[in-house]
Write a new protein. Structure first.
Length: 417
């Protein structure tokens, strides 16, 4: 038996290739059922996200090429079309790869936590489709445990590496207590949504969402206990804002120097922290020349992100060491499975002997023999029967001057000199 992983990801294939062999939620159950039908596939899990498609299998020996063939056939690709984009990991390398993926070490954004949730979802799907058994099931559970350990024991998730995270991190440096601050967010796209959630999680006092479509602004505002306004209302609310973060798709600036000057007068020169994430920019560059305005653009944030990425790279080195030891730990567990049939056979034989002697003892008690005599006879006979064959084998090994078995017996029964 062997582990094997076939896949493509953002490093090996462009998006138009990745989307051709992705498994969406509707297709995934069909795919799992399909691959499990192959007689050499014992267990299978499929992980499919926007950045990767990976098939984890536990196979009969020397059958790893079936996964590649199945993948081509399922997605109606000509044989070999995907070969230049596919990677394959086998054995210990396949185990290590899953642990690295679960810990975010193989992600586009180093250390990102979303992939772990996606792997857990893939695990649940395989469980529901009954394509997951004892071995892969244990491996995936082990991956979840290792990912938690890496998050706990390293700083891989501590440093913000998204633009939204960096913007909020900068705001926290300027305003020591965000609970006293009001944030005005301009736009309602993915970046602003992420920014809003970070501000909300950090206890920001008030959050205002300004957007061209008021309904979309309202939907986001309800999620972060804020309130929504239209872009036309923004100048009236700007004097309330201590923090302004903007990210729209506008081709022209939507916040000019004059509007900001009027807001500063009403604020009695209380400073405003501004972050313009948009490209093209939403805030006129001249706004940054005003006193009491601290304006940052997306390039400024990238410097922060680069520093934090280096911090994550350092943490990733620690994570790799943890993963190396945990690969060994899992392989050790795997080796113990070779002993399971032997242990089961020994137990079955012992229980069978025990049941026979117990029945004999019950009959003796029914015949009126003293209980002490019956119990003593039961213990003596059971001990003799259980140790007869091991003793015979040890005597024979001594006769043959085979000390290996004798030393193994010392270890097995924990016998000290």
């Amino acid at each position: 038996m062997q582990f094997v992983t076939y896949g493509i990801n953002h490093n090996t294939a462009p998006v138009h290739i990745r989307e051709n062999i992705a498994f969406n939620a509707d297709v995934l159950p069909v795919a799992l059922a399909s691959i499990k039908q192959h007689p050499d596939v014992i267990e299978a899990v499929i992980v499919s996200t926007c950045n990767r498609t990976e098939i984890y299998c536990y196979l009969n020996d020397d059958c790893d090429n079936i996964v590649s063939s199945w993948l081509h056939q399922f997605h109606q690709q000509s044989d070999g079309d995907l070969d230049e984009f596919l990677y394959c990991h086998q054995g210990n390398d396949a185990i290590r790869h899953l642990l690295r993926v679960a810990c975010g070490l193989d992600s586009m954004v180093l250390g990102e936590p979303q992939i772990l949730g996606q792997i857990k979802s893939a695990y649940s799907q395989a469980l529901n489709m009954k394509t997951l058994g004892k071995i892969l099931g244990r491996l995936f559970q082990h991956a979840f445990t290792v990912a938690k350990q890496v998050r706990t024991d390293t700083a891989i998730g501590n440093s913000p590496v998204s633009v939204a995270f960096a913007a909020v991190s900068l705001a926290k440096q300027i305003f020591s207590n965000l609970s006293d601050s009001t944030a005005l967010l301009i736009g309602a796209g993915d970046t602003i949504e992420l920014t809003a959630r970070h501000l909300y999680d950090n206890g920001t006092g008030r959050i205002i969402i300004a957007n061209r479509t008021i309904e979309r602004a309202h939907n986001l505002a309800t999620q972060v206990n804020g309130y929504a306004i239209s872009l036309s209302e923004m100048p009236a609310h700007l004097p309330e804002a201590d923090i302004v973060i903007s990210s729209t798709a506008s081709q022209l600036p939507i916040l000019g120097k004059g509007t900001v000057e009027r807001a500063l007068k009403q604020r009695k020169r209380r400073p405003i922290f501004m972050v313009d994430i948009a490209v093209p920019r939403d805030i006129e560059p001249e706004v940054g020349l005003l006193e009491d305005i601290y304006l940052y653009c997306v390039d400024d944030l990238h410097e922060i992100i680069d520093e934090n990425l280096q911090s994550r790279r350092d943490a990733a080195q620690q994570a790799e060491e943890i993963i190396d030891s945990q690969v060994d730990h899992f392989i050790g567990w795997l080796r113990t499975q070779d002993a399971v049939p032997v242990i089961r056979a020994i137990r079955d034989k012992a229980e069978s002997e025990s049941e026979l002697l117990l029945e004999k003892a019950k009959k003796q008690l029914e015949q009126g023999l003293p209980a002490e005599q019956v119990v003593n006879e039961l213990a003596r006979t059971l001990t003799k029967k259980l140790l007869h064959e091991p003793s015979r084998q040890l005597r024979q090994s001594g006769f043959n001057t085979d000390n290996n078995l004798i030393e193994s017996a010392r270890s097995l029964f924990n016998i000290k000199d």
